[in-house]
Design a protein around this ligand. Sequence first.
Ligand code: 2PG
Length: 248
Amino acid sequence: MTNGTLILMRHGESEWNASNQFTGWVDVALTDKGIGEAEHAGELLVEHDLLPDVLYTSLLRRAIVTAQIALDRADRLWIPVVRDWRLNERHYGKLQGLNKAEIKEEFGDEQFMLWRRSYDTPPPPIDPDARYSQVGDPRYADLEQVPLTECLKDVVARMIPYFTETIAPEIQAGRTVLVAAHGNSLRALVKHLDGISDEDIAALNIPTGNPLRYDLDENLKPINPGGTYLDPEAAAAGAAAVAAQGQK
Ligand SMILES: O=C(O)[C@@H](CO)OP(=O)(O)O
């Protein structure tokens, strides 16, 4: 049987993307621009004849709503949906809610990049009682412990077993699988799929609201390494904009 197709989609622009705040597990809404990106993503799915058979999302509204809008455009609102915390954005610890440019100015470029893009340096943990902590949030009631911070390595540790055990069998069964998630949870998955080193993953940024198609062989190795953005021009500009966050 031929393998199906994997489509990765980062949510459209969120309110905190627009205001340049570290977001992580904070459940912020899409901006009007983000809604437009989600609509466009749905149109791209139709144009490329990539109609999803099943959707996986995080538990955060920016991914949930982006997928909902895109699937509505593609007339695929009826497909099965699975939501799981393992697809959530990386927990940004004490930085959640803080302004990226201000953190960069206060702590310097090197520390800022370590927290933002190093593989294994998490930001300081958030106080469990802090305003932007998720401790006590009912959607995570089944977790033994809600994270207080995460580095990309921690995201790989939760995301990749979930991909391998739950999502990959759907692809191997020939389905078109849409994963609607986040910049850093998708970086973890792309790192795994493309075999990117712990060092090189620092330079990889995922733009908002632009479906990224992966055709995988029977061993789940990409036939098109790096994937194929459905809107390549917007992807290049979008990735550069993410990389530049933190500038004033
Ligand atoms: O704030 C966040 O949660 C992420 C994604 O928006 O930011 P960054 O790209 O800086 O990791």
